[in-house]
Design a protein around this ligand. Structure first.
Ligand SMILES: [Ca+2]
Ligand SMILES: [Ca+2]
Ligand SMILES: [Ca+2]
Length: 248
C-alpha cells in the first residue's frame, strides 16, 4: 500500500539516500522527511503529501521500508533478495566475487557482482548505470564507510528467516579465541575443516548459545558456511568471516 502513495515520484535510489542521510542526523528520520516533503509541496504534489500523513503506520517507517518503496527499477534490496534466495546461494556468491580473497567485496568486485546480477535478471544497463548502481549499493551497505563491504554489512540482503548471518553476529569471538577453536575442531589437523568437523563445532556452538542459535537449523547453517569452502575444504580465513570479530 505504501508504494501506491509514492508512485510516480521519480527519484533515483542514489538521490533518495542523499536525502535520507541529510535529514537523518539523529536517526529520527521521519519528522525530517515530512518537513522535507512539506517544503517541496509544489513539486511533490499535495495528494502525495496527504498520502504520507494519512496512514499512521507510516510513522513507523524505517529505512528498509523506505528503500522498499523506491521505484522498482531502483529497488536494490528487493532486487538482490529476488536474486539470492537462500543463504547458501548468498555465501557462494560472496566467495565467487571476493576474487582476491581479501574477506571484503571492494568496489571493482562489487561492480562485477552487480553486472552479473543484472545480466541474470535480464535487466538492461550501460556502463554509466553500472557505476551508479555500484556507488549506490556502497552507500546503502557500507555502514562503517571504509569503501568496501564485509560479510556482516551485506547480511541484510538476506530475508529475515534466512538470516543466519545476523544471528552469528551474536556469537562472534576475538581472533585469539577463534584460532583456538579452529585448531580444536580441525581434529585431523590438516589445516581445514571438513563437513563433519564443522558439524561438531556448530553443535557445540548451538548448545552454548542456545538463546541465539537453533539446533534444528544446523543443516542450514552448515550448508551456508560450507558454501564458502573450497570444494569442501573450509579454511580458517573463510570461517573467520562468520565467526571472528572484525579487527579494528
Ligand atoms: Ca576482495
Ligand atoms: Ca565497510
Ligand atoms: Ca580437518
Amino acid at each position: 500500500m505504501a508504494n501506491a502513495y509514492l508512485q510516480g515520484v521519480e527519484i533515483s535510489a542514489s538521490q533518495f539516500l542523499d536525502i535520507f542521510h541529510h535529514y537523518d542526523n539523529d536517526g529520527n528520520f521521519f519528522p525530517y522527511f515530512v518537513d522535507f516533503m512539506k517544503k517541496k509541496k509544489h513539486f511533490w504534489g499535495r495528494k502525495k503529501i496527504l498520502g504520507l500523513f494519512l496512514p499512521p503506520a507510516l510513522q513507523l517507517v524505517s529505512k528498509s521500508l523506505l528503500v522498499q518503496i523506491l521505484p522498482t527499477e531502483e529497488n536494490f534490496l528487493l532486487f538482490f533478495r529476488q536474486q539470492l534466495k537462500s543463504c547458501a546461494e548468498f555465501m557462494k556468491a560472496w566467495r565467487n566475487y571476493d576474487a582476491d580473497h581479501s574477506g571484503y567485496i571492494e568496489a571493482d568486485e562489487l561492480k562485477n557482482f552487480l553486472k552479473d546480477l543484472l545480466q541474470r535478471a535480464k535487466k538492461p544497463y550501460d556502463e554509466k548505470k553500472l557505476e551508479e548502481y555500484t556507488l549506490t549499493t556502497l552507500k546503502i551497505f557500507d555502514s562503517n564507510k571504509d569503501g568496501k563491504l564485509c560479510l556482516s554489512e551485506m547480511a541484510r540482503l538476506l530475508p529475515d528467516q534466512e538470516n543466519f548471518l545476523l544471528k552469528f553476529q551474536g556469537v562472534k569471538m576475538a581472533r585469539k579465541e577463534f584460532n583456538k577453536i579452529f585448531e580444536l575442531y580441525d581434529q585431523d589437523r590438516n589445516g581445514y575443516m571438513d563437513e563433519n568437523e564443522l558439524d561438531a563445532l556448530l553443535k557445540d556452538l548451538c548448545e552454548k548459545n542456545n538463546k541465539v542459535l537453533e539446533v534444528s537449523k544446523i543443516p542450514t547453517y552448515k550448508s551456508a558456511i560450507m558454501a564458502l569452502s573450497d570444494g569442501g575444504k573450509l579454511y580458517r580465513t573463510e570461517l573467520a568471516l562468520v565467526l571472528c570479530e572484525e579487527e579494528m
